[in-house]
Design a protein around this ligand. Structure first.
Ligand SMILES: Nc1ncnc2c1ncn2[C@@H]1O[C@H](COP(=O)(O)OP(=O)(O)O)[C@@H](O)[C@H]1O
Ligand SMILES: [Mg+2]
Length: 232
Protein backbone atom coordinates (compact mmCIF):
# COMPACT_ATOMS: atom_id res chain seq x y z
CA UNK A 1 0.00 0.00 0.00
CA UNK A 2 1.62 3.26 -1.07
CA UNK A 3 -0.57 5.71 0.83
CA UNK A 4 -0.55 5.97 4.60
CA UNK A 5 -3.93 5.27 6.16
CA UNK A 6 -5.64 6.97 9.07
CA UNK A 7 -6.37 4.30 11.65
CA UNK A 8 -9.77 4.22 13.26
CA UNK A 9 -8.01 2.52 16.16
CA UNK A 10 -10.19 -0.59 16.09
CA UNK A 11 -7.98 -3.49 15.07
CA UNK A 12 -10.27 -5.78 13.03
CA UNK A 13 -12.04 -2.81 11.47
CA UNK A 14 -8.83 -1.20 10.23
CA UNK A 15 -7.98 -4.52 8.57
CA UNK A 16 -11.38 -4.55 6.84
CA UNK A 17 -10.67 -1.02 5.58
CA UNK A 18 -7.40 -2.10 3.99
CA UNK A 19 -5.38 -0.50 6.78
CA UNK A 20 -7.65 2.40 7.77
CA UNK A 21 -9.39 5.44 6.31
CA UNK A 22 -7.95 7.42 3.42
CA UNK A 23 -6.41 10.67 4.72
CA UNK A 24 -8.78 13.61 4.22
CA UNK A 25 -11.75 11.41 3.46
CA UNK A 26 -15.21 11.46 5.01
CA UNK A 27 -16.53 8.41 6.83
CA UNK A 28 -20.12 7.75 7.92
CA UNK A 29 -20.94 5.37 10.75
CA UNK A 30 -24.59 4.38 10.50
CA UNK A 31 -26.46 2.43 13.15
CA UNK A 32 -29.44 2.54 15.45
CA UNK A 33 -29.18 3.59 19.14
CA UNK A 34 -26.80 1.48 21.22
CA UNK A 35 -24.89 -0.04 18.32
CA UNK A 36 -21.74 1.85 19.32
CA UNK A 37 -21.54 4.90 17.06
CA UNK A 38 -20.33 7.15 19.88
CA UNK A 39 -17.90 4.48 21.07
CA UNK A 40 -16.43 4.02 17.57
CA UNK A 41 -16.03 7.75 17.04
CA UNK A 42 -14.35 8.26 20.43
CA UNK A 43 -11.95 5.43 19.63
CA UNK A 44 -11.05 7.27 16.40
CA UNK A 45 -10.48 10.47 18.38
CA UNK A 46 -8.33 8.72 20.98
CA UNK A 47 -6.26 7.00 18.32
CA UNK A 48 -5.46 10.44 16.89
CA UNK A 49 -4.49 11.83 20.29
CA UNK A 50 -2.10 8.94 20.92
CA UNK A 51 -0.38 9.81 17.64
CA UNK A 52 0.10 13.43 18.65
CA UNK A 53 -2.71 14.72 16.43
CA UNK A 54 -5.23 17.45 17.21
CA UNK A 55 -8.86 16.43 17.19
CA UNK A 56 -12.30 18.05 17.35
CA UNK A 57 -15.38 16.26 18.62
CA UNK A 58 -18.72 17.94 17.90
CA UNK A 59 -21.41 16.40 20.07
CA UNK A 60 -25.08 17.01 19.38
CA UNK A 61 -26.24 14.57 22.02
CA UNK A 62 -23.98 14.28 25.05
CA UNK A 63 -22.63 17.16 27.13
CA UNK A 64 -18.85 17.81 27.13
CA UNK A 65 -18.49 16.47 30.68
CA UNK A 66 -20.19 13.20 29.76
CA UNK A 67 -17.85 12.71 26.82
CA UNK A 68 -14.83 13.32 29.05
CA UNK A 69 -16.18 10.93 31.68
CA UNK A 70 -16.85 8.26 29.09
CA UNK A 71 -13.30 8.55 27.73
CA UNK A 72 -11.80 8.42 31.23
CA UNK A 73 -13.90 5.32 32.03
CA UNK A 74 -12.12 3.64 29.17
CA UNK A 75 -8.85 4.20 30.97
CA UNK A 76 -7.69 6.94 28.60
CA UNK A 77 -5.74 9.74 30.23
CA UNK A 78 -7.25 12.65 28.34
CA UNK A 79 -6.64 15.37 30.96
CA UNK A 80 -3.38 16.67 29.41
CA UNK A 81 -5.06 16.95 26.00
CA UNK A 82 -8.23 18.86 26.90
CA UNK A 83 -8.32 22.18 25.00
CA UNK A 84 -4.73 21.60 23.86
CA UNK A 85 -5.24 18.77 21.40
CA UNK A 86 -8.75 17.60 22.25
CA UNK A 87 -11.57 20.04 21.58
CA UNK A 88 -15.05 18.85 22.53
CA UNK A 89 -17.96 21.08 21.58
CA UNK A 90 -21.58 20.47 22.52
CA UNK A 91 -24.14 21.86 20.09
CA UNK A 92 -27.78 22.36 20.96
CA UNK A 93 -29.66 20.37 18.32
CA UNK A 94 -32.89 22.32 18.84
CA UNK A 95 -31.63 25.76 17.82
CA UNK A 96 -31.26 25.66 14.06
CA UNK A 97 -29.67 29.06 13.58
CA UNK A 98 -26.98 28.57 16.19
CA UNK A 99 -26.20 24.96 15.22
CA UNK A 100 -26.20 25.81 11.53
CA UNK A 101 -23.90 28.78 11.96
CA UNK A 102 -21.49 26.94 14.25
CA UNK A 103 -21.29 23.86 12.04
CA UNK A 104 -21.13 25.64 8.70
CA UNK A 105 -19.08 28.73 9.51
CA UNK A 106 -17.21 28.15 12.74
CA UNK A 107 -16.18 24.52 12.30
CA UNK A 108 -14.09 25.08 9.14
CA UNK A 109 -12.33 28.00 10.89
CA UNK A 110 -11.70 25.98 14.02
CA UNK A 111 -10.21 23.14 11.97
CA UNK A 112 -7.73 25.62 10.49
CA UNK A 113 -7.02 27.34 13.77
CA UNK A 114 -6.22 24.29 15.84
CA UNK A 115 -4.82 22.37 12.84
CA UNK A 116 -7.12 19.45 13.54
CA UNK A 117 -6.47 16.30 11.56
CA UNK A 118 -9.52 14.41 12.83
CA UNK A 119 -13.06 15.68 13.31
CA UNK A 120 -16.12 13.82 14.56
CA UNK A 121 -19.74 14.96 14.35
CA UNK A 122 -21.90 12.73 16.55
CA UNK A 123 -24.61 12.36 15.41
CA UNK A 124 -24.98 14.37 12.20
CA UNK A 125 -28.57 13.06 11.94
CA UNK A 126 -29.70 15.44 14.71
CA UNK A 127 -28.35 18.32 12.63
CA UNK A 128 -30.01 16.98 9.46
CA UNK A 129 -33.32 16.81 11.34
CA UNK A 130 -33.32 20.61 11.61
CA UNK A 131 -33.98 21.34 7.94
CA UNK A 132 -37.55 22.06 6.90
CA UNK A 133 -37.53 20.37 3.53
CA UNK A 134 -35.71 17.48 1.88
CA UNK A 135 -34.38 19.65 -0.91
CA UNK A 136 -33.01 22.23 1.51
CA UNK A 137 -31.38 19.45 3.55
CA UNK A 138 -29.87 17.85 0.45
CA UNK A 139 -28.45 21.14 -0.82
CA UNK A 140 -27.11 22.33 2.50
CA UNK A 141 -25.57 18.99 3.46
CA UNK A 142 -23.90 18.68 0.08
CA UNK A 143 -22.41 22.15 0.42
CA UNK A 144 -21.37 21.59 4.00
CA UNK A 145 -19.64 18.28 3.32
CA UNK A 146 -17.92 19.50 0.16
CA UNK A 147 -16.69 22.48 2.20
CA UNK A 148 -15.02 20.12 4.65
CA UNK A 149 -13.10 18.26 1.99
CA UNK A 150 -9.45 18.95 1.18
CA UNK A 151 -8.57 20.31 4.59
CA UNK A 152 -5.99 17.67 5.48
CA UNK A 153 -8.52 16.48 7.96
CA UNK A 154 -10.27 13.11 8.16
CA UNK A 155 -13.92 13.38 9.13
CA UNK A 156 -16.17 10.86 10.84
CA UNK A 157 -19.91 11.47 11.07
CA UNK A 158 -22.39 9.20 12.79
CA UNK A 159 -26.06 8.80 11.95
CA UNK A 160 -29.10 7.06 13.31
CA UNK A 161 -30.78 4.73 10.86
CA UNK A 162 -33.92 5.43 8.84
CA UNK A 163 -37.16 4.66 10.66
CA UNK A 164 -38.12 1.91 8.21
CA UNK A 165 -34.74 0.77 6.93
CA UNK A 166 -31.78 -0.25 9.12
CA UNK A 167 -29.52 -0.17 6.05
CA UNK A 168 -30.09 3.52 5.44
CA UNK A 169 -29.11 6.63 7.41
CA UNK A 170 -31.91 8.70 8.94
CA UNK A 171 -32.31 10.88 5.86
CA UNK A 172 -30.67 8.61 3.29
CA UNK A 173 -28.16 11.32 2.38
CA UNK A 174 -24.81 10.98 4.06
CA UNK A 175 -24.11 7.54 2.62
CA UNK A 176 -23.97 9.23 -0.80
CA UNK A 177 -21.91 12.18 0.39
CA UNK A 178 -19.37 10.13 2.35
CA UNK A 179 -16.36 8.28 0.94
CA UNK A 180 -16.59 5.42 3.40
CA UNK A 181 -19.73 3.96 4.94
CA UNK A 182 -19.66 1.58 7.91
CA UNK A 183 -22.94 0.01 8.91
CA UNK A 184 -23.50 -1.17 12.49
CA UNK A 185 -26.51 -3.29 13.36
CA UNK A 186 -28.11 -5.81 15.62
CA UNK A 187 -28.37 -9.36 14.35
CA UNK A 188 -30.93 -11.68 15.88
CA UNK A 189 -30.30 -15.16 14.54
CA UNK A 190 -33.57 -17.09 14.34
CA UNK A 191 -32.22 -20.08 16.25
CA UNK A 192 -30.70 -18.06 19.07
CA UNK A 193 -32.21 -16.07 21.89
CA UNK A 194 -29.39 -13.53 22.24
CA UNK A 195 -28.59 -10.48 20.16
CA UNK A 196 -25.29 -9.92 18.37
CA UNK A 197 -23.71 -6.83 16.93
CA UNK A 198 -22.34 -6.98 13.41
CA UNK A 199 -20.66 -4.50 11.11
CA UNK A 200 -19.89 -4.19 7.46
CA UNK A 201 -18.01 -1.76 5.27
CA UNK A 202 -20.63 -1.04 2.62
CA UNK A 203 -18.68 1.51 0.66
CA UNK A 204 -15.14 2.82 0.34
CA UNK A 205 -14.31 5.10 -2.55
CA UNK A 206 -11.08 4.43 -4.39
CA UNK A 207 -10.07 1.49 -2.26
CA UNK A 208 -10.41 -2.23 -1.92
CA UNK A 209 -12.16 -3.27 1.27
CA UNK A 210 -13.74 -6.28 2.90
CA UNK A 211 -17.39 -6.93 2.04
CA UNK A 212 -17.86 -9.39 4.83
CA UNK A 213 -20.19 -8.95 7.78
CA UNK A 214 -18.23 -9.31 11.00
CA UNK A 215 -19.32 -9.58 14.62
CA UNK A 216 -18.04 -7.08 17.17
CA UNK A 217 -18.36 -6.45 20.88
CA UNK A 218 -18.12 -3.28 22.90
CA UNK A 219 -15.92 -3.89 25.93
CA UNK A 220 -15.01 -1.64 28.81
CA UNK A 221 -11.82 -0.34 27.22
CA UNK A 222 -12.03 -1.22 23.53
CA UNK A 223 -14.13 -2.46 20.62
CA UNK A 224 -13.31 -5.97 19.43
CA UNK A 225 -14.08 -6.81 15.80
CA UNK A 226 -13.80 -10.52 15.20
CA UNK A 227 -12.57 -10.38 11.65
CA UNK A 228 -11.87 -14.12 11.63
CA UNK A 229 -15.39 -15.04 12.75
CA UNK A 230 -18.62 -15.28 10.78
CA UNK A 231 -22.04 -14.00 11.78
CA UNK A 232 -24.15 -16.28 9.64
N1 LIG B 1 -17.89 0.71 29.40
C1 LIG B 1 -18.63 -0.15 28.67
N2 LIG B 1 -18.45 -1.47 28.77
C2 LIG B 1 -19.15 -2.31 28.04
N3 LIG B 1 -20.10 -1.92 27.16
C3 LIG B 1 -20.33 -0.63 27.02
C4 LIG B 1 -19.60 0.33 27.76
N4 LIG B 1 -20.04 1.53 27.41
C5 LIG B 1 -20.99 1.33 26.49
N5 LIG B 1 -21.18 0.04 26.28
C6 LIG B 1 -22.13 -0.58 25.34
O1 LIG B 1 -22.18 0.27 24.22
C7 LIG B 1 -23.52 0.66 23.96
C8 LIG B 1 -23.67 2.14 23.64
O2 LIG B 1 -22.77 2.50 22.71
P1 LIG B 1 -22.84 3.95 22.09
O3 LIG B 1 -21.50 4.12 21.51
O4 LIG B 1 -23.30 4.98 23.05
O5 LIG B 1 -23.95 3.71 20.98
P2 LIG B 1 -24.69 4.75 20.03
O6 LIG B 1 -23.86 5.98 20.02
O7 LIG B 1 -24.75 4.04 18.73
O8 LIG B 1 -26.04 4.95 20.62
C9 LIG B 1 -24.26 0.45 25.24
O9 LIG B 1 -25.60 0.18 24.97
C10 LIG B 1 -23.52 -0.68 25.87
O10 LIG B 1 -24.08 -1.88 25.44
MG1 LIG C 1 -24.29 7.98 20.42
Amino acid sequence: MSEERVKVGILGLDDMLGGGLIPGSICAIIGTYGTGKTTFSLQFIWDGLTRGERVIYISLEERESRIFTYMKQKGWDITPFINKALYVIKLDPTDFNVANNRIKNELPKLIEEVKASRVVIDPISLFEDLFDTDSERRQEMYRFIEGLRDRNCTIMMTSETHRDNVFSSRHGLIEYLSDTVILLRYVRPSDLTDVHLALEVVKMRMSAHSREIKPYEIEQDQVMVYSEANVF
